[in-house]
Design a protein around this ligand. Sequence first.
Ligand SMILES: Cc1ncc(COP(=O)(O)O)c(C=O)c1O
Length: 243
Amino acid sequence: MSSTPAVYEVSRRTSCGWRGGIDDGVFHGGRRVWELEAVAGERWGGHAVATSSGTMALECAVRALGIGAGDEVIVPALTFVSTAFAVAAVGAVPVFVDFDPHTRTIDPAAAAAVTPRTRGVIPVHMHGLMADMTAVTALAGHHGLAVIEDCAQAAGATDAGRPAGSVGDVGCYSMWVGKNLGGLADGGLLLARDPALVRRCCASSPTWAVTASATPTTCAAAGGGWGRSTPPSSATSSGRPHT
Ligand SMILES: Cc1ncc(COP(=O)(O)O)c(C=O)c1O
């Protein structure tokens, strides 16, 4: 297959990255995470914040968007359980809607599930295939809903040239070891264009949910966060939060 050399190359680079992390002895934040955030933010055209998992990226996004008890969030019925967990974790109600049998992503007919309590929608990009984001953003725009993209299964996916995670208010990636873009264990990334929203994601996170040494850097770049303003270039790679 023509893709085999590319697969080997990704595998080789991934192993080198893991090896480097093991050699550094830094398993939580640090230089490599800052580099990842910088590259991801540039590629997606916004700010990227490393998180402890894709699940926590989703939960931080839900909290940062002000969704809480009694609110409803539309979630496709075909997804990993974390998509709904993130909604339930803040006391909101995940309202399941059907998926398109051809794309296995959220059915644009989800509009029928909107009620006066609906605050958001989480399209899930399944198996590398992006949901119809034109339809989702039209739905969200019409009803004033927040859009959180669940990109856990969609590293590298694009829709009309738009990378997964760059269309909605927040994009949430999983970097669990078995994912296409996997770390050594659990990990995640959240992406947003609006610096104020990035700050809220950082601020609304349980302290262990956002990678400690990564967050201050990115949140400072977005103008807030842990109160840190030192640029990444002068940071150490100790993996410790900087204050
Ligand atoms: C669609 C989807 N959403 C969310 C998650 C949660 O990501 P994590 O395992 O990094 O918490 C996964 C992981 O399998 C997933 O497939």
